[in-house]
Design a protein. Structure first.
Ligand code: HPA
Length: 236
């Protein structure tokens, strides 16, 4: 089952844990490993998509960058699931808020991920399939957040292929359908996980607001990131 290497992941004998945190930025993966995990070992350096395995409160956990967008997270998650036996994939990232009752730094937990991507067409389903996160992970993450008195929003996010879109009305249409926030990866991750029968979740920190145009600074984001990471790690 477990392969020694794939086109994009070469662990050189270092184990990859069954549970993995997936930030977009490989340097954030390094930061998470160095800040929160014990006994860390690097398991991937291919294309500088850094991956680490360590322990959190004694339990094995890995963390790896995914790059940006559905094509990138899809190939890494596919290899992690199908060649390295990963069972719980938790995306941690930032998102742009799309509802008026949301604030910068709020935590968003994705129950589902709508998308403007064609990624789902490959499954040849006779209709429209709704990419959902794992209810088991979702329910646990919400409970952990509530116990920490962390303000959260749970619902549908938009995994967009476009950071700079040409249609000025597109986001308003998604907002009217109740989309909480935009990011660029979860629909691909949730589809890969569902197709393989494993669990996936997306947890985000609001880094910018599409209605108020408020933005966080890089320094502020580092601190705000903490709540989201700690929720994800407690899931381990
Ligand atoms: N768009 C897409 N992805 C994002 C955004 C955004 O505004 N903010 C954080 N990730």
């Amino acid at each position: 089952m477990v392969t020694t290497s794939t086109p994009h992941i070469n662990p050189k004998g270092v184990d990859i844990a069954e549970t993995i945190l997936l930030p977009g930025d490989p340097l954030r993966a390094k930061f998470i490993a160095e800040t929160y995990l014990d006994d860390i070992r690097c398991f991937n350096e291919v294309r500088n998509i850094l991956g680490f395995t360590g322990t959190y409160r004694g339990r094995p956990v890995s963390v790896m960058g995914t790059g940006m967008g559905i094509p990138s997270i899809s190939l890494y998650s596919y290899e992690l699931i199908h060649f390295f036996g990963v069972k719980n994939l938790i995306r941690v990232g930032t998102c742009g808020a799309m509802q008026a009752n949301m604030n910068l730094y709020d935590v968003v937990i994705a129950q589902g991920a709508s998308t403007n991507s064609n990624y789902l067409h490959q499954f040849n389903l006779p209709g429209f399939w709704a990419p959902l996160s794992s209810y088991r992970l979702l329910e646990q993450a919400k409970r952990i957040a509530d116990n920490r008195s962390q303000r959260t929003h749970v619902g549908n996010v938009l995994s967009s292929d476009l950071f700079y879109g040409a249609d000025p009305d597109a986001m308003t249409k998604w907002m009217k359908m109740g989309i909480l926030a935009v990011e660029m990866e979860s629909a691909g991750l949730f589809a890969n996980a569902a197709a393989a029968g494993v669990d996936a979740l997306g947890i985000f920190t609001v880094s910018d607001h599409l209605i108020t145009n408020a933005e966080t600074t890089a320094a502020e984001r580092q601190t705000a990131f903490t709540a989201m990471i700690e929720i994800a790690l407690e899931l381990v």
